[in-house]
Design a protein around this ligand. Structure first.
Ligand code: UN1
Length: 511
């Protein structure tokens, strides 16, 4: 992997991330208005994570100007050289992995092991797209005419506006930034207000890796004051948004007048289907991880468990024992298995759904306020609800929390129907030991990702990531597909016959 990097920019005092501005034209500075906001630790809101720039339209304007001005030069850097900078960024992130992971946990709450995975996914993406700098393949095709050449090349779109969520605050930005940058676009990035320090850390490392001034610009602040102005901005060519379906619609509408490219990675209501022949030990472990990892706050999280009736009671009993024993606590405590939710609004939202579950179904476990010393954090006890149908609101809405709804079905066709009975289509999974069933599910489940004998989370970086239906608008992140979000196709024809040759007219077979 080349040079080993040992020194770190990480400050010694982890508990004080300090005050940070925006990053525009290679300079850190306050917002134009001078306003700031504070991010608190979701595991104990008495602790402050840091203070960040509260930006608005004028900051967006400056950042877009900087990105526009830097784009031709960045585009002129040979793609393999751009790749070397991304590679170095990956090395720097590997060097600082532990520091970045700890900071991620402090600001958005998930357990430290998962934050390490988040950072690792970004390292993987940096190396993956660094390699794309030596590929970025187009196509060549034979012309239908003699002495004529036909080929296509990928080209940068221009300035990319990238809006990212707090739940995977390192990997998701990398899913967008790495392909945008390798293709020669410049970027204005608005991270979620609940995870600004992850963004600051990534931008510092990008700068240290050698990203030139103006190529990546960071503007922190709210969705209304920064995200929407960015989506509407006439000088932004492509908008990439990852977040809820509701906000995705607003972003798409804001970008529509400018006919921008819009790539949306939105909600999920992901199901695990468990067939009667499944290995139940494996099911229990996989469901706990898929449903309650990141406290259920992943777009890929499993929130519906579709179970064949004959094994439903047995599975539920085992699951309930296992889930009731999960240890809640701060994500930095290595004994913790489930961390807090991101903020108070999230706790209230999940609590509302738990109450609906209590009224309309049967709470199998959870549903109560957390015990012990957790009153100062945003904790919700992992909860399972039984006795509801696939069309119930708990089986339809993306709750984005540790709430799992069990749906009993008589057989495989009913399982397919239940799995597909949502407006989302991100991830799904089947547990079975029957090979034929497994292949049928791969065909029948209408989701962008289908797992066999694995939970719904944990997609790798080298293949397309994204969903069908209202999970997005048809685009995919990751792998080579991720380049499609940030490139135009240019088709090139070169006629070296020295005479007029007309396609579709002068291409008769030789007589
Ligand atoms: C998300 O929750 O928005 O497949 C993305 C996974 C992760 C990415 C999650 N690699 O669960």
């Amino acid at each position: 992997m080349g040079e080993i990097l040992t020194s770190s920019t990480a400050p010694a005092d982890l508990d004080n991330f300090g005050t940070h501005g925006n990053y525009v034209s290679g300079e850190w500075g306050p917002s134009v208005s001078g306003r700031t906001f504070i991010r608190r630790d979701p595991s104990d809101t008495r602790a402050t994570v840091g203070t960040f720039a509260e930006s608005d339209q004028s900051d967006v304007d400056e950042a877009v100007r900087a990105a526009r001005a830097a784009q031709p030069d960045w585009n002129g850097v040979p793609a393999p050289k751009r790749g070397e900078i991304l590679f170095r960024f990956g090395q720097l992130l590997a060097r600082d992995k532990e520091f970045v992971a700890r900071q991620v946990t402090r600001e958005m709450g998930k357990v430290i092991e998962e934050s390490r995975g988040d950072v690792q996914e970004a390292i993987d993406l940096a190396f993956l797209y660094a390699g794309e700098g030596r590929r970025l393949f187009g196509e060549t095709a034979p012309s239908e005419l003699r002495d004529k050449w036909a080929m296509s090349v990928r080209e940068a779109i221009g300035v990319a506006g990238i809006i990212t969520p707090w739940n995977v605050p390192v990997a998701i930005p990398a899913l967008r930034l790495m392909p945008a940058l390798i293709a020669g676009n410049t970027v204005v990035w608005k991270p979620a207000s609940d995870s600004p320090s992850s963004a600051v850390m990534l931008v510092r490392l990008l700068a240290e890796a050698g990203i030139p001034p103006g190529v990546v610009n960071l503007v922190t602040g709210s969705g209304n004051n920064v995200g929407l102005p960015l989506a509407q901005h006439p000088d932004v060519d492509v908008i990439a948004f990852t977040g809820s379906t509701e906000v995705g619609r607003q972003v798409a509408a804001a970008a529509a007048a400018g006919l921008k490219r819009v790539t949306l990675e939105l909600g999920g209501k992901n199901a695990i289907a468990v067939m009667a022949d499944a290995d139940l030990d494996l099911v229990v472990e996989s469901v706990v991880w898929a449903a309650f990892g990141t406290s259920g706050q992943r777009c890929t999280a499993c929130s519906r468990l579709v179970v064949e009736e004959p094994i439903a009671d047995r599975l539920l009993a085992r699951l309930s024992d296992r889930v009731s024993a999960l240890r809640l606590g701060p994500g930095l405590d290595t004994r913790t298995q489930v961390g807090p939710l991101v903020n108070h609004a999230a706790v209230e939202r999940v609590a509302r759904y738990v109450e609906i579950g209590r009224a309309d179904g049967r709470l199998v476990c959870g549903g109560d306020a957390p015990e012990g010393d957790l009153a100062n954090g945003h904790y919700v006890v992992p909860t399972i609800v039984d006795g509801l149908g696939a069309d119930h609101v708990l089986a339809q809405d993306e709750v984005f929390g540790p709430l799992l709804t069990l749906i009993r079905v008589p057989d495989y066709p009913a399982a397919v129907e239940a799995v597909n009975a949502t407006r989302y289509g991100l991830s799904s999974s089947i547990f079975t030991t029957d090979l034929h069933r497994a292949f049928r599910a791969m065909r029948d489940f209408r989701t962008g990702l289908v797992y066999v004998n694995g939970g719904t989370i944990g997609a790798e970086t080298q293949l397309p990531f994204g969903g069908m239906k209202e999970t997005g608008n048809g685009h995919r992140d990751a792998g080579r597909a991720g380049l499609d979000n940030f490139t135009e196709w240019k088709t090139l024809y070169v006629d070296y016959s020295g005479r007029l040759q007309r396609a579709q007219i002068d291409n008769q077979a030789p007589s």
